[in-house]
Each structure stands twice: as C-alpha cells, then as structure tokens.
Write a protein that binds this ligand. Structure first.
Ligand code: SF4
Length: 193
C-alpha cells in the first residue's frame, strides 16, 4: 500500500478528471530576498524564485496561460488545468493587486482551480479573506514552503520565519476551508529519517 497519496490521484478525485498544473509567474518578489526578512533568500532558492519551470513573466498572465497550455498540449487529454502561481511569494502584494491577477484567471472556463505558492508570513487577514472569496468561485489551494519543522534547520536554510508562523497560517487557512499543500525537503543536513 502506498504511504502517501500522489498529487495526481488527489486531483483526479477532486476534479473527476486528469488536470494539469500550469506553472505561472505573477511578477512577485519575496520578503526573504528584498530585504524585508532577508536578502539572500532560502539557500536552495534559484534566481527564478524556485519557479524555474514556470512561464516567464511578460506582464500578461493570459499570455502565460496560453503559452503554458501550448506547452502541455501534446500530452494533454481533456481541457482542465490548475493555474499554479509558483515563482517567488505569490501573496506578497496588496489585496487589490492580488485580486487583479487571480480573478481573471478563474474566469477562464478551462481553469478548474487555483494554486498559490507562498510563505506563511505573507498571509495577513485581508489576504486570507481574498483567498476565501476566490475559493467560492473555484477551488483554491495554498502551497506553503515549510521545508522543515526544525528551527535549527530552518536557520541553516535561511527560511526566515519560525514554525509558529506556519502553525498560525495553517489555522487561518483551515478556517476558510481551502486545500493546503505543504512543501517539505527530505534529508536536510542533520535531520534523521
Ligand atoms: S520563500 Fe520561496 S521565493 Fe522566497 S527565498 Fe525562499 S524559496 Fe525563494
């Protein structure tokens, strides 16, 4: 028996069909890179904000969506996608800017859900309220970069927030009923199986 459910089978259950994630870049930055929390970023982060397979920002998310769809067209059966804002910290902006980016994407009939990768220290109440509102239009998933529960390792990788911040974000997101995906890194230095 499998020890965990794959994302693929989870999405299949949720949406009743195979869906593809289209990795997008909303043109954000990150507080762990712009000096608000830190400047160097997490030690594993790339110049593309851990979104190296995402579409390149071009000022128009609709164009990115079209390009991303074209990229998977050869292996695609059906027409159902999750718009995945992957690069950098995708809630690191005002609610007005976030709404202007996310809402038009949800109006695309082929987009069945929205996935937002972010840091748990970038989820103030007004952003949680916006996510709750969007989740009533189509399912929203929030992807949190936790990487490790251990504070010592978190310092080593320069994550820039304590575990309690993640716990609070989990509680806040849990209240609005969105799906939460936690990113972890297995095998970080000093951690046991
Ligand atoms: S939080 Fe994400 S975007 Fe920011 S430095 Fe870390 S990995 Fe990079």
């Amino acid at each position: 028996m499998a020890l965990y459910k794959t994302a693929n089978s989870f999405f299949q259950e949720q949406f009743g069909q195979k869906v593809y994630k289209l990795a997008l870049d909303g043109g954000f930055t990150c507080p762990n890179r712009d000096g608000t929390v830190g400047v160097g970023g997490c030690i594993f982060c790339s110049a593309g904000g851990s979104g190296d397979f995402a579409e390149k920002p071009c000022g128009d998310v609709a164009i990115q969506l079209a390009r991303a769809k074209a990229r998977v067209a050869g292996k695609m059966h059906g027409n159902a996608y999750i718009a995945y804002f992957q690069s950098f910290t995708n809630t690191y902006a005002s609610v007005d800017r976030l709404r202007a980016i996310f809402q038009p994407v949800l109006e695309d009939p082929s987009i069945v859900g929205l996935s937002i990768a972010t840091r748990p220290d970038c989820l103030p109440p007004e952003t949680i309220a916006l996510i709750s509102e969007l989740n009533k239009i189509k399912p929203v998933m929030v992807e949190l970069g936790l990487q490790t529960i251990h504070e010592e390792t978190a310092r080593l990788i320069r994550r820039g927030y304590p575990l309690s911040t993640y716990d609070k974000a989990m509680a806040d997101l849990g209240k609005i009923g969105v799906h939460i995906i936690t990113h972890i890194i297995l095998g970080l230095p000093g951690e046991t199986p």
